[in-house]
Design a protein around this ligand. Sequence first.
Ligand SMILES: NC(=O)c1ccc[n+]([C@@H]2O[C@H](COP(=O)([O-])OP(=O)(O)OC[C@H]3O[C@@H](n4cnc5c(N)ncnc54)[C@H](OP(=O)(O)O)[C@@H]3O)[C@@H](O)[C@H]2O)c1
Length: 303
Amino acid sequence: MDKKLIVVAGAAGKLGRLVTAELLRHPRVHVRLLVRDPSKPDVATLASDRAELVAFDAAAATAQARAEVVRGAFAVISTLQGGPDVIVDAQLALLRAAKAAGARRFIPSDYSYNLFTLPEGVNLNTDWRRTLAMQAQPETTATFQTVHVMQGIFTDAYVLGFLGVLDAAQGIVRYWGDGSTPIDWTTWEDTARYIAAAAVDEGTLPERLFVSGERASILTFAQTWERVHGRTVTLDRRGSLEDLVAETKRQLAEQPQNMYAWLPLMYARGIFGGEALLGESHNAHFPSIRPESIAQAMARGAA
Ligand SMILES: NC(=O)c1ccc[n+]([C@@H]2O[C@H](COP(=O)([O-])OP(=O)(O)OC[C@H]3O[C@@H](n4cnc5c(N)ncnc54)[C@H](OP(=O)(O)O)[C@@H]3O)[C@@H](O)[C@H]2O)c1
């Protein structure tokens, strides 16, 4: 049986580890894990007979180093996190190296709501990913493609806590707008399954790959949380969408260096504004993946 080499950049991160584990469920797959420090104890253990660890700083790498790390790859996945130097410049350079090496596809570190329908300027992180997508587009050929995996928001207490949406300890759900806007929800684990399945796919995939667990408003999420956990939720409506925009501007002006003051608000605008809903689902392309509903994810403690 032929080996299939998948390169994962950002493999030591949270999503990178989950994607790596999913890739290794495919028997033919070998992985090359690009990490900044392979000697870290919790990183060194990622190496195995099918997993090669390679030291690689995506932002500082030379063209030669990039060419070496993608050599022989069937696909290159990025789960990198960072600013525009990483998300736009380093990913584009890695994508071009992957193409030059004859890889079938590059999967950039998107994993978000629909980054193509959210207006420019709403969320900086989304803007960088859209910039990368636009710069990547001319690289597409009959044999090389960029696949943007989009799955909505992670059904996860930590992520929802960062966004200020869920305080699981206190049983508080916070939202902006009227609470009825649909939102796409997917777990970390299911997202990793779809990324791995997309990476190894032999066919041509949609450039914008929409996969998800469930679509539900924040008020439905709160009702589900009450039912699954048997606890009462306190609903905290923070204001209208206009209030959210004004609050984001205020925080940006007052604390430009403190991204924790305004980045969660930018994401909130993307989530509660309703513009960034996923397009028609491609779940059916991967019938072996049965993504968890919000209730199933909650029942096993994810949120
Ligand atoms: N939709 C959602 O709800 C949601 C929620 C969370 C995350 N995400 C997305 O999922 C993706 C992965 O996020 P994550 O939480 O898994 O991130 P993470 O745990 O912070 O991992 C990111 C990895 O990138 C690596 N990295 C950063 N800069 C690098 C560089 N210059 N060279 C090489 N490696 C570098 C880091 O390396 P070190 O280990 O050396 O630091 C880290 O391992 C991101 O695109 C993020 O936006 C989506």
